[in-house]
Design a protein around this ligand. Structure first.
Ligand SMILES: Nc1ncnc2c1ncn2[C@@H]1O[C@H](COP(=O)(O)OP(=O)(O)O)[C@@H](O)[C@H]1O
Ligand SMILES: [Mg+2]
Length: 297
């Protein structure tokens, strides 16, 4: 689909969904994600001035619902509200929680504690990626099962979520590919974090820029499966950009090895005017070859 078509489709969709809530207890009747536990968490965010007004859901996933809202300062914000009741949540996430020292002491039987842990983890991951200079929704706050972040709208419009790149491919696929490679490197080298669920399903296109969302599964670079996750992210991105958009991508293993080498470097890095990290005098793209070339990795 073309971005211009999406423009109209999304506008119509969001108009029909838009609702305004004055008394947040009303939310219980309009959407079952708002149980009393979640309402209490939301009320606290409102008392703290972080959330001012709640509009309506813009996306629904297996583990969370994303709701459009407005902050105390009038900014459009997104609330990612994790479901507190599904057994599915636990099954889907358990393997990511194992091996994480922060998980120690959390009983699997306590779903709410797990969900709160997950929400806090996604917030922490977002902060790391954001501070590393990766374009992500700016993290604002969290409370219980509610993560508050910048709303990523299509062309900056409130209430119209930017489409995923799988539905709205970038106009310049080569440039977009390099941007994502740059973000993978920044996250890994500066943030010491790996997204671990990176694909065309978690990258949105605002029409002006690409934004990487959904950092709940991300792991630190010292996680026992870090290298495996990093390679999988690279392979997913390479597959999408080469198969779907015809971009001449870098060899996955060469990219992985270059990233691992660069992360070992004790050198301080500089940044060039295109935003590439310079490590030992080289940019990442100077150290890798394309899939259709030979060469050492
Ligand atoms: N900050 C945001 N601003 C606007 N829309 C968002 C934001 N974060 C997520 N979304 C929308 O919600 C959907 C689900 O969010 P995501 O974080 O990917 O959760 P899930 O775990 O359900 O995949 C996304 O595909 C996107 O459409
Ligand atoms: Mg997602």
């Amino acid at each position: 689909m073309d971005l211009r078509d999406i423009d109209e489709v999304l506008r119509r969709r969001v108009d029909s969904r838009r609702f305004r809530i004055k008394d947040i207890d009303q939310l219980k009747t309009v959407d079952d994600v708002f149980n009393q536990y979640t309402i209490d968490a939301l009320r606290e965010l409102m008392n703290r001035g972080i959330v001012e007004e709640v509009y309506g859901p813009v996306a629904q996933g297996k583990e969370a619902k994303v709701v459009w809202a407005r902050s105390g300062s009038g900014e459009d914000i997104a609330l990612k509200i994790f479901y507190t009741t599904t057994a599915q949540f636990i099954r889907g996430r358990y393997k990511y929680l194992l091996g994480d020292p922060r998980f120690t002491g959390v009983k699997v039987s306590n779903t709410r504690k797990l969900v709160e842990y997950w929400c806090r983890k996604e917030y922490g991951n977002l902060v790391r990626a954001f501070e590393a200079g990766v374009r992500v929704p700016r993290p604002i706050a969290f409370n219980r099962n509610i993560l508050v972040m910048e709303f990523i709208g299509y062309k900056g419009q409130g209430g119209v979520p930017a489409p995923l790149i799988k539905d709205a491919p970038p106009d310049d696929p080569e440039e977009a590919y390099l941007t994502i490679v740059k973000y993978i490197e920044r996250a890994f080298i500066i943030g010491k974090i790996i997204h671990a669920d990176l694909s065309e399903f978690n990258i949105v296109n605002t029409g002006d820029e690409l934004v990487i969302i959904d950092w709940g599964s991300a792991v630190k670079s010292n996680h026992p499966n870090a290298v495996e996750f990093l390679l999988r992210d690279i392979e997913n991105v390479n597959r999408y950009f080469s198969k779907e958009l015809g971009v001449r991508v870098f060899n996955s293993k060469a990219l992985l090895n270059a990233l691992l080498r660069r992360s070992d470097s004790k050198d301080n890095f500089e940044v060039d005017n295109e935003g590439w990290l310079i490590i030992n005098g080289k940019r990442l793209i100077d150290e890798v070859h394309h899939d259709d070339e030979g060469g050492a990795s």
